[in-house]
Design a protein around this ligand. Structure first.
Ligand SMILES: [Zn+2]
Length: 312
């Protein structure tokens, strides 16, 4: 079985939902088996905020996720570079998707995220907030002054800035204020599927140029607009396209399985709706001509090299 690194899963959201139902030890009970069965050894666990959450709610989810990772004896919270290679079945990397709760005290709050081992974070989800503008916000609005402060503070901590949900203006504003340390955790190529969550060629080239990484995502809408082509074969086509455009060393997986969202399964690929089936991606990569070295790079080596270079 090929080992896998996933740059995006909404585990923080899943944990909060189950906790509200009275459940505990949720990663062990809900997540672990399907992840290990799929071959995942590293999962970026996002605390996801859609735009209405307060700073206190952000803290609550991040702390809950930490507690749940600590409860799971087969998972380790990644704090430093050496933890990526620790002898444990599942390495949990904490990330943040959207910072709508940060409207003031930007420096202190970014420091709090850093102190809570957040290694990768996006400023906005699809919304428009005090820091930045997501894909559903005003197209003429990008990073705010506060957002520039946030990006600079993240940069000083070597936290990776995630541009997956950023609108185009925010994307370019972020790149203008960062020397490296910018990636798209879960986006595909816009040339193959014209969705605002996917990246245009010039965006992909700019990300790669500053050393960044693109996590290929398995949400149906980002893979293909044709319902009959929302499948693994067409997802692997995005990998082939990216390989030719920006080089294989910039490609990783950022799958964004929505198996924890009630009713969201229909938005996934027809032949890939949950993590336990992820080895099907590897089989299809072989089928489409990727060799074993290239498969290992996309499956986990690129991600480990990239993330490792930002950890101490
Ligand atoms: Zn997302």
């Amino acid at each position: 079985m090929m080992k896998l690194f996933d740059f995006h899963a909404d585990t923080g959201y899943a944990v909060m939902k189950r906790r509200k139902e009275g459940m505990q030890d949720i990663i062990t009970k809900d997540q672990l088996q399907k992840r290990l069965h799929g071959g995942f050894s590293w999962v970026c666990m996002a605390s996801y905020f859609e735009g209405s959450e307060t700073w206190e709610q952000m803290q609550e989810m991040i702390i809950a996720l930490h507690e749940e990772i600590a409860l799971c004896k087969d998972a380790l919270l990644v704090k430093q570079k050496a933890d990526l290679m620790a002898d444990v079945p599942l390495h949990a990397i904490c990330t943040v998707e959207g910072m709508c709760g940060i409207k003031e005290d930007v420096t202190e709050r970014i420091d709090w995220l850093y102190d809570h081992d957040i290694k990768i974070a996006s400023l906005a989800w699809n919304d428009e907030n005090a820091l930045a503008t997501g894909v559903k916000g005003n197209p003429n609005r990008g990073l705010s002054e506060l957002g520039i402060q946030a990006v600079k503070r993240m940069h000083s901590h070597r936290m990776i800035v995630d541009v997956s949900h950023a609108n185009e203006k925010t994307f370019w504003d972020i790149l203008a204020h960062c020397e490296g340390g910018v990636m798209a955790t879960h986006s595909n190529a816009r040339a193959l599927s014209d969705h605002p969550r996917n990246l245009k060629d010039e965006q992909l080239i700019a990300l790669a140029k500053q050393g960044g990484m693109v996590g290929v995502v398995c949400c149906g809408a980002f893979v293909h607009s044709d319902p009959l082509k929302k499948d693994i074969a067409h997802m692997v086509e995005h990998m082939r396209y990216l390989k030719d455009l920006i080089g294989i060393e910039h490609i990783a997986l950022g799958l964004d399985f929505m198996d924890d969202y009630d009713g969201a399964m229909g938005t996934m690929l027809t032949d890939l709706n949950e993590p336990s089936k992820a080895q099907r991606i590897i089989a299809e990569m072989r089928n489409q001509g990727f060799d074993e070295t290239q498969i290992r790079m996309i499956a986990y080596e690129n991600a480990l090299r990239y993330l490792g270079s930002y950890l101490s």
